[in-house]
Structures are given as structure tokens and as C-alpha cells.
Design a protein around this ligand. Structure first.
Ligand code: B12
Ligand code: SF4
Ligand code: SF4
Length: 344
């Protein structure tokens, strides 16, 4: 059966020489010295009351304790062939046009359809729309627009599966940079189109964190479900998808969440937790800022992430990311869920 075949995918036999086996990896002392404090309390691990996320990694270095570690992580990524050029394109933010003085009035349904079609015609591979929620905004930041449009940018699986990268092989991290660059172009193009219609719009392209935490609105707007590895799993691309956002006051209509069984599948799968060299992926859900959900141990992930050019093994290895496996998983889970409807 596809499910058990995927779940027992043997990482030990993986031919990628850049992947230490789980348990054999030891962080370098100089990396550990830069960790300084634990990230898990800052993320609200164990907290029962909902609150906004605190600014974390990839925010300006004076907003969190890991400024030097962030620099080391960036250097490790940029030491890979092709990576500096790919990320330069991702940070090449186009000009934002002024909001047109004449407003194009119309029904929310039409604007939602037009904005979606525009994004899909400008490099986005998937689009969802959610009402803005203060819980999506990092503490200390402000977003005034009432809607968020989330864009999905699919990875090239053949390139993504080469992660992690190093000085000898940059294929995986270049694909990460390339998808960030598509997210930059797509989110700025959409924001500019909305502005040309007389509405305010702001892009949140990554690869920096920005004001908007992207996975929660992506889940709310139907782009996918949260996986055990802490990334979103899409029915179309698995976890091999980057996210970008556009916030706006253009009248829109929300798209529905999509539940296809990824959360349920994670209950009995351990591919990512076995593949993660530092063992950062926890096998049970935990309470984080008032929500019981999958959570990745930042303190264990970040040293390997910083040393191994942004790693990415967990999203590449997830069976949902593999194009040959995904259709079988969808079919298996559709059958399973038909007998056991999941909670809303
Ligand atoms: C900081 C950051 C990191 C940090 C810390 C990540 C972490 N888990 O804490 C580090 C550097 C370690 C990191 C690593 C990676 N990251 Co990162 N990261 C970010 C960034 C910039 C901000 C996230 C953040 O501040 N997290 C800290 C707090 C908020 O984390 P948390 O409470 O544990 O919440 C996480 C999830 O549970 C979920 N979430 C948050 N609140 C809620 C609430 C509910 C109800 C639910 C269900 C979920 C949920 O979102 C958070 C994602 O980190 C986002 C982009 C963005 N603006 O959102 C990308 C982002 C999350 N990263 C991404 C990816 C892919 C990765 C990597 C695979 C690296 C790579 N090569 O691509 C690894 C995976 C590590 C892991 N297993 O989480 C993608 C995920 C795409 C997807 N398919 O979901 C994002 C969205 C970037 C993008 N623009 O596409 N990342
Ligand atoms: S996130 Fe992917 S690899 Fe990890 S447990 Fe879930 S299905 Fe398996
Ligand atoms: S990105 Fe972090 S959680 Fe994912 S496999 Fe690498 S070290 Fe593990």
C-alpha cells in the first residue's frame, strides 16, 4: 500500500552524501555558542493562552537574540554555487505604484476572482484568501488591511530533493532562492495591480520574515494543512511549496480551508522525524500559544539549518512532496476520511 511504502522510506539508504544520519550529527561548538538562548519559550511553547507570535529569526537582528547566528546561516547558504544570484533575485523588490485616485467599484466576488486570476497569471501556482487576523501579525508590527491573499509557489521537486546544499552542490538551495524570487515578483505584481484599481495593497514576499506569519493564513485560506515538520502540506505540491502574501482593503471573499488528511497521515508517519539529522521534529502535538499543534524544536533545528545551507530535508523527504506518491496518498486518505470525518 502506498501509505506504508512511503512511511517506511529508508533514510539510511539515501544516496545524498550531504545528509548525516539522525543521531550522528553534532553541532559545531562555534554554532552552539551563537545560539545563546532557547527559542522555544520565545515561540510560546507550553503557553496555554493565545497570543501573537514574537519576532523571531529572519527579523532585523536587534529584534531577537540570534543576529550573529542569522549571519552565519546566510553565509552558509550563500557559499553554495548559484545561491548568491538566486537570492539576489529574491531580494530585488520592484517599485510599488501609488494607489490610483479613481477607485474601480465592484462586487467582492468579482474582485476575488480577478485577483486570483491575476496572481495565477503572474507566477503564483496557488491562491487563497483569508480575512486578516491579528494573530497573523508579529508582535510590534501592524497590518491595517482587512484581507490577506496567500500565494503558493511550487518547488521543482527534482531540484529540491538535492538538499541540503554545500560548496559542491547548490541545486537544492538555488531552487529555494528561485521560488522566493517568484514569490517576490508575484506578490509585488499583484499588489501593484490592486493599487491600480484604487485599493491599498502591500506585499509580503519573503525571504525575510516581514510583519506577516504566513502559514496560519495559508491554512485558513485552503492552501493546505500543517504537517508534523512544521511546514504547510498542499494537496497539489506537498510541502514543496513557498508562500508569499499580499494584504489589501480591496473587497474580497474568503476561500475555504482544505482538509484532505495530511494531519491524520502525520499521526502514523515518521519520515520527516527520522530524516531530520538533529532530531528536531517532535512526534506528538504540543501546546503553542494556546493551540495544540505540531511544533519543531527550534534549538535542535537551527544549528543544522545554519551549518547546512538552510537544510530543507524535512520538506523534501515528506511523502506528500513526492509527485509519484502524492496521488496515492490523496486517494488513500480520501477513502479513510470518508469513514471517519475529521473535526472542523
Ligand atoms: C523564522 C522562520 C524559520 C526559522 C524558525 C522556524 C520555526 N519553526 O520556528 C528557521 C530558520 C529555523 C526556519 C526553518 C525552515 N523554514 Co522557515 N520560516 C521562518 C519565517 C520567516 C517566520 C516563521 C516564524 O517566525 N516562526 C516562529 C514561530 C511563529 O513559529 P511557530 O509558532 O512554531 O509557528 C510555525 C508553524 O507552526 C506555523 N504556525 C504559526 N502559528 C500557527 C498557528 C496555527 C493555528 C497553526 C496551525 C500553525 C501556526 O507557522 C510557523 C512556521 O515557522 C517563515 C515566513 C513567514 N513570514 O511566516 C518561514 C517559513 C515558515 N519557512 C519555510 C521553510 C520551508 C523552512 C525550511 C524547510 C527551510 C528551507 N530550506 O526551506 C525550514 C523548516 C524548519 C521547520 N521544520 O520549521 C516556509 C514554509 C513553507 C511551507 N510549505 O509551509 C516559510 C513560510 C517561508 C516561505 N515564505 O515560504 N524558518
Ligand atoms: S510531515 Fe510529512 S513526513 Fe512528516 S509525518 Fe507528516 S506526512 Fe510524514
Ligand atoms: S530544516 Fe530543521 S527540522 Fe527540517 S530537517 Fe532540517 S534540521 Fe530538521
Amino acid at each position: 500500500m502506498a501509505t506504508s511504502q512511503a512511511a517506511s522510506h529508508p533514510i539510511a539508504a539515501h544516496p545524498n552524501p550531504r545528509r548525516p544520519k539522525r543521531g550522528s550529527y553534532k553541532p559545531m561548538p562555534e554554532t552552539l555558542a551563537l545560539l545563546k538562548v532557547s527559542g522555544n519559550p520565545i515561540n510560546g511553547l507550553g503557553e496555554a493562552v493565545p497570543r501573537r507570535p514574537s519576532p523571531f529569526f529572519w527579523h532585523p537582528p536587534d529584534q531577537h537574540p540570534w543576529g550573529e547566528l542569522q549571519i552565519a546561516a546566510r553565509q552558509s547558504s550563500r557559499s553554495c554555487p548559484g545561491s548568491p544570484e538566486a537570492f539576489q533575485a529574491a531580494y530585488n523588490y520592484p517599485e510599488l505604484v501609488p494607489v490610483a485616485a479613481a477607485r474601480n467599484e465592484g462586487p467582492a466576488e468579482r474582485f476575488a476572482a480577478e485577483a486570483t486570476a491575476f496572481a495565477l497569471a503572474h507566477e503564483a501556482d496557488d491562491v487563497g484568501i483569508a480575512p486578516m487576523d491579528p494573530m497573523y501579525v508579529f508582535e510590534g508590527y501592524r497590518i491595517d488591511e482587512p484581507w490577506v491573499i496567500v500565494l503558493g509557489l511550487a518547488h521543482n521537486y527534482e531540484r529540491l530533493k538535492e538538499v541540503p546544499s554545500d560548496e559542491t552542490n547548490g541545486v537544492g538551495v538555488v531552487d529555494v532562492g528561485d521560488q522566493y524570487a517568484r514569490g517576490t515578483r508575484s506578490s509585488y505584481a499583484l499588489a501593484n495591480w490592486i493599487r491600480s484599481q484604487g485599493y491599498n495593497a502591500n506585499p509580503y514576499p519573503g525571504p525575510s520574515a516581514g510583519a506577516l506569519v504566513l502559514i496560519p493564513p495559508a491554512i485558513a485560506s485552503g492552501l493546505g494543512e500543517l504537517g508534523k515538520h512544521g511546514s504547510l502540506i498542499s494537496r497539489h505540491f506537498g510541502a514543496g511549496v513557498r508562500l508569499a502574501g499580499v494584504t489589501t482593503d480591496m473587497p474580497l471573499v474568503a476561500t475555504n480551508p482544505d482538509r484532505f488528511g495530511a494531519d491524520e497521515f502525520c499521526m502514523s508517519c515518521q519520515v520527516c522525524s527520522n530524516a531530520c539529522p538533529p532530531g528536531a521534529i517532535t512526534d506528538h502535538k504540543q501546546l503553542v500559544r494556546g493551540v495544540e499543534r505540531w511544533y519543531v524544536d527550534f534549538d535542535k533545528c537551527i544549528p543544522f539549518f545554519a551549518e547546512a545551507a538552510s537544510c530543507g530535508i524535512c520538506i523534501a523527504e515528506c511523502p506528500w512532496t513526492r509527485p509519484s506518491v502524492r496521488p496515492k496518498l490523496l486517494a488513500t486518505m480520501a477513502k479513510r476520511l470518508a469513514f471517519k470525518p475529521i473535526e472542523p
